[in-house]
Design a protein around this ligand. Structure first.
Ligand code: B12
Length: 206
């Protein structure tokens, strides 16, 4: 197992942050460092499912990931393009507070030339509706990691459409797949941040 993956799964916070820094300094592409984080999180998620670890561990893992994300961000920014492609509204839907994946998507969109308005977590339907009116995005990205997030996603898509939003909606998060995309009425779904960038670029014709 990769040393960073191992340090995260063993909740060795300082080691994990140091190893991520070492990977970045030795030239590991930032996307690969994030891949290691994802691998570790999926192992932790599995352990949680099997009752081998509990919410405090999830919280700690979340904190470790936030620190690593902060380290990775400046490395992504080095390749930043000027914001020219369009506007995206992002948020984690109502009832869901997972923000690590959303934050990664937000800064990948940001450094790939989009102006992103991040509404945060547990975002009520009305707040998305207000944001599409005020910010006039071409694309809205809804994040959700809980099964319980699918209905809020669907409600958000419906409400934005009813309010006259004619742009595209993408969804993503741990378990999201084509079936859930259809259920929610979104235009597309993405497995990771690069997929989010590809969808958004495709939709704005970039
Ligand atoms: C860390 C974590 C937490 C942390 C979150 C910290 C934070 N600040 O985000 C805390 C401790 C708060 C937490 C709480 C809970 N969690 Co939790 N959590 C996780 C865990 C371990 C990792 C999630 C994560 O951040 N992964 C890292 C990111 C980087 O992974 P990623 O998916 O690859 O990210 C990419 C894609 O998702 C995609 N993406 C994300 N958003 C979007 C949006 C768009 C538009 C697109 C295109 C793409 C996209 O791009 C990302 C970047 O490449 C997962 C397990 C797992 N394997 O996912 C469980 C998990 C999601 N949690 C789970 C549960 C049950 C809970 C709790 C209910 C636990 C409890 N009993 O209290 C609460 C819910 C709180 C709430 N109301 O939201 C379950 C959900 C089960 C389900 N089907 O509903 C999971 C799957 C664990 C499990 N296996 O049981 N959790």
């Amino acid at each position: 197992m990769n040393a960073l993956v191992e340090a995260i799964t063993e909740m060795r916070e300082e080691d994990a942050v140091r190893l991520a820094q070492e990977e970045l300094s030795s030239g590991t592409p930032p996307a690969e460092v994030l891949d290691h984080c994802r691998e570790a999180m999926s192992i932790i998620g599995q352990r949680f499912e099997e009752g081998e670890c509990f919410v405090p561990e999830l919280i700690l893992a979340g904190e470790i990931l936030h620190q690593i994300s902060d380290l990775v961000k400046p490395h992504l920014t080095q390749t930043a393009e000027t914001k020219k492609f369009g506007r995206v509204v992002m948020g984690t839907v109502q009832g869901d507070i997972h923000d690590i994946g959303k934050d990664i998507v937000t800064f990948m969109l940001d450094v790939n030339g989009f102006e992103v308005k991040d509404l945060g977590v547990d975002v009520p339907v009305a707040k998305f509706v207000e944001a599409v009116k005020d910010f006039q995005p071409q694309v809205v990205g809804l994040s959700g990691f809980l099964t319980l997030a699918y209905d809020p996603m669907k409600n958000t898509v419906t409400a934005m459409r009813e309010a006259g939003f004619t742009g595209k909606v993408m969804i993503g998060g741990g378990q999201i797949d084509e079936q859930i995309r259809q259920y929610t009425g979104a235009d597309g779904y993405g497995k990771d941040a690069m997929a989010a960038v590809a969808l958004a670029k495709n939709w704005v014709g970039a």
